[in-house]
Ligand binder design. Sequence first.
Ligand code: ACO
Length: 211
Amino acid sequence: MKLIIVGNGGHSQVVQDLILELNDHTIIAVLDDQILEGYKLNNILYESTLKLPVLYQDEVQVVIAVGDNSTRKKLAEKFNLPPEAYATLVHPSAFVSKQAVLGHGTVVMANAVINAGSLAGNHVIINSGAIVEHECKLEHYVHLSPNATLTGNVSLKEGVHIGAGATLIPKVTVGEWSVAGAGAVVTKSIPSFQTAVGCPARLTRKIERIS
Ligand SMILES: CC(=O)SCCNC(=O)CCNC(=O)[C@H](O)C(C)(C)COP(=O)(O)OP(=O)(O)OC[C@H]1O[C@@H](n2cnc3c(N)ncnc32)[C@H](O)[C@@H]1OP(=O)(O)O
């Protein structure tokens, strides 16, 4: 499969590494509005995101490799491609249960675990070493940072960001576009558009709604 990677920052570097480990995908282009356009290195074309409609063809898939959830959503809305246009990528060292479901454009990094009955939507990031226990639900544009742990039956609504090493106890829900800080221990559900930090996690500041 030929792939177009959108984004050329730190998260993109790790996604590109994942693709190298898969051995059966070829990156044909990296698109980013912050890079020098129109050069080719190791057979990869570097261009602005405006070139996506020209480069996207049959037998090519796209990954939006941008860590920020709202930017990922804005780019997906701007491109307006069908969901199947986006590749789902799983690092070979990750464990994904056959009874789990991953959406389009979702990436699962090295050593992550996704257990039975869990569902992740589109453009979700399950980062290095993160654990998604049984029957969790992660809606579109969620980012679960490295080493974060969702215990059983946790629900993350659209755009939620769980910081590195955070732990969520069973059955809690995090409302849309909320953030649990690095190392937080979430013992109660968090409403939408809120930041929560600490152990046990306490609500700190409100988050502005994304446009
Ligand atoms: C591969 C990758 O890199 S993936 C990305 C992984 N990224 C992360 O895990 C980062 C997660 N983000 C955080 O933890 C951030 O600190 C946030 C989102 C919680 C910060 O939220 P903000 O509202 O901007 O907090 P701000 O930095 O202004 O700090 C406000 C207060 O909260 C405290 N605070 C901030 N983060 C945390 C935290 N994780 N745990 C405990 N306290 C915290 C600050 O010390 C500060 O306290 P003070 O008022 O007593 O000085």
